[in-house]
Design a protein around this ligand. Structure first.
Ligand SMILES: Cc1cc2nc3c(=O)[nH]c(=O)nc-3n(C[C@H](O)[C@H](O)[C@H](O)COP(=O)(O)OP(=O)(O)OC[C@H]3O[C@@H](n4cnc5c(N)ncnc54)[C@H](O)[C@@H]3O)c2cc1C
Length: 454
């Protein structure tokens, strides 16, 4: 007997999970707080994009959706670094164009997933916010846009309702989940570079642009229609390690204009609505969510950001959530009558990986905003590529394992630590690659890294 599944949240992870479960014969009902974006447009109406990597593509492939997303995805070959002196350089992510990431519109991706979920048989109810759960009677309270509350029964609940999950709150009220949220102390603001008059991109389209400035940075990802979504990351107002500049000191549109004129001068003429965007768009907060427990026996389970929200600097939150969706669908398909065992198994398999990508995402912030402009960092990256070419089965750069493979994040993290120690040891006191003793490097790699089997 397959249990009826009720999913809270029809965002990226909820909609993919609904699709995969409905495709496997589960009766799936979804409740989403927002109105249907296919009818009412996406909230905010701004073009926000995300980096899609191999783990995310895999989820889409399993759902049969790869061909629907490919036409809207823009290839990003690497980081286009905009240095403070105005020169730019492309730091490739991978070996060649077979190792790239893709920029996709969050709104379009979500709408494709909603269509797919409904086509697979899931029933999605929009404008229905989960407010409370009655665990004793297996009912929940939903509230519509007009404020009307109603009671709905359920059999098995899956919480895909994001970082501020209402289901998580209801589960925690029943029995503690060991929740810890670590705020980043840095926030973000989204801005836009429109397409050129008559169409076309205002900068190199096949790259993720970065303006690293030490304690703060800007990035820009291309959109299929020719625009770029720009995100400014800086210390928060409430941050204890208040930085200058930060949202403390850059408060008004005029402050933002002055900051860009000083630190991001090459991009300033490309953002005609900078002052308006800065004033109108909210300042987002970031942080990492850790839970000791993701499930309530066999009755309720959290997935995606609801279970493990992370900072966005590895571009992996959605990718990781899509891995959750695939893993959960497989586990439920194989043992549908024992949700208690499935949920425990799901957490056992996924939590070490969620913890690993959370740590790597935090580390990547420092790399993006600071290290990419540092000569020693670039030497380590050059050596990393040399060792990857000399030992393709043993030395695989961590970024490649995370982004271009589906090796467990925890394995990428552990091997990454060993590799990083090797790189530090070999480059200590060196300024160029030809000073590195490659025969010694080969010995270290052979001694410390087992060959990867997949
Ligand atoms: C600035 C930024 C950049 C990012 N860039 C990337 C990237 O490049 N690549 C990447 O992989 N990830 C990225 N991420 C992370 C990614 O956005 C998230 O990991 C992903 O959206 C998580 O999906 P989700 O479905 O779990 O949650 P969400 O996308 O938050 O969806 C939750 C859904 O639940 C609904 N909901 C909420 N509360 C209720 C309720 N009470 N009742 C009913 N419905 C409810 C919401 O309306 C929403 O539709 C980024 C995140 C940020 C903040």
């Amino acid at each position: 007997m397959k249990p009826d599944i009720t999913i809270i949240g029809a965002g990226l992870v909820g909609a993919l999970t609904a699709t995969l479960l409905a495709q496997r014969g589960f009766a799936v009902t979804v409740f989403e707080r927002r109105p249907d974006p296919r009818i009412h447009g996406f909230i905010g109406g701004r073009s926000i994009n995300l980096a899609l990597a191999e783990r995310g593509w895999h989820g889409l492939r399993v759902a049969g959706l790869q061909k629907r997303i490919e036409p809207i995805a823009v290839m990003m070959r690497g980081r286009m670094v905009h240095h403070a002196d105005g020169h730019t350089e492309l730091l490739r992510y991978g070996r060649d164009d077979s190792q790239v990431i893709w920029s996709v519109s969050r709104g379009t991706l979500n709408m494709v997933l909603l269509d797919a979920a409904e086509q697979a048989g899931a029933r999605i109810h929009f404008g229905q916010r989960l407010d409370a759960v009655d665990w004793e009677n297996s009912t929940m309270e939903l509230c519509d846009d007009a404020g009307n509350a109603r009671t709905q029964s359920w059999t098995t609940l899956i919480g895909a309702d994001g970082a501020g999950s209402a289901l998580r709150m209801a589960m925690a009220a029943h029995s503690g989940l060991g929740e810890r949220f670590e705020p980043l102390q840095h926030g973000y603001k989204e801005l836009e570079i429109p397409a050129r008059d008559g169409g076309g991109f205002a900068m190199e389209s096949n790259a993720l642009h970065i303006w690293p400035r030490g304690n703060y940075m800007c990035i820009a990802l291309p959109n299929a229609q020719g625009s770029f979504t720009v995100t400014l990351f800086m210390p928060n107002r409430s941050s204890s390690n208040q930085g200058n500049p930060g949202f403390d000191t850059v408060r008004t549109s005029a402050d933002a204009q002055a900051l860009f004129a000083r630190d991001f001068a090459d991009v300033l003429p490309l953002i005609p609505e900078l002052e308006k965007d800065f004033a109108d768009n909210p300042t987002g907060i970031l942080g990492t969510l850790y839970l000791d427990r993701w499930h309530l026996r066999g009755r309720a389970l959290l997935i995606g950001d609801a279970a493990h929200a992370i900072v966005p600097f590895h571009g992996q939150g959605m990718n990781c959530g899509f891995e959750d969706a695939v893993e959960l669908a497989e586990l439920l398909h194989n043992a549908a009558n024992d949700t208690q065992a499935v949920f425990a198994q799901f957490q056992h398999r996924r939590k070490p990986n969620a913890d690993a990508i959370a740590a790597m995402a935090l580390e990547n912030y420092v790399e993006m905003r600071d290290s990419v402009a540092d000569a020693h960092f670039l030497l380590m990256r050059a050596l990393e590529r040399t060792l990857a070419a000399r030992h393709p089965s043993r030395f695989v750069p961590r970024y490649w394992m995370v982004t271009f493979s589906r090796l467990p994040y925890s394995v990428a993290f552990e091997r990454g630590e060993i590799q990083s120690a090797i790189l530090r040891e070999l480059t200590a006191g060196k300024t160029s690659l030809d000073q590195v003793d490659l025969a010694f490097a080969d010995r270290l790699v052979d001694e410390r890294l087992e060959p990867l089997t997949s």
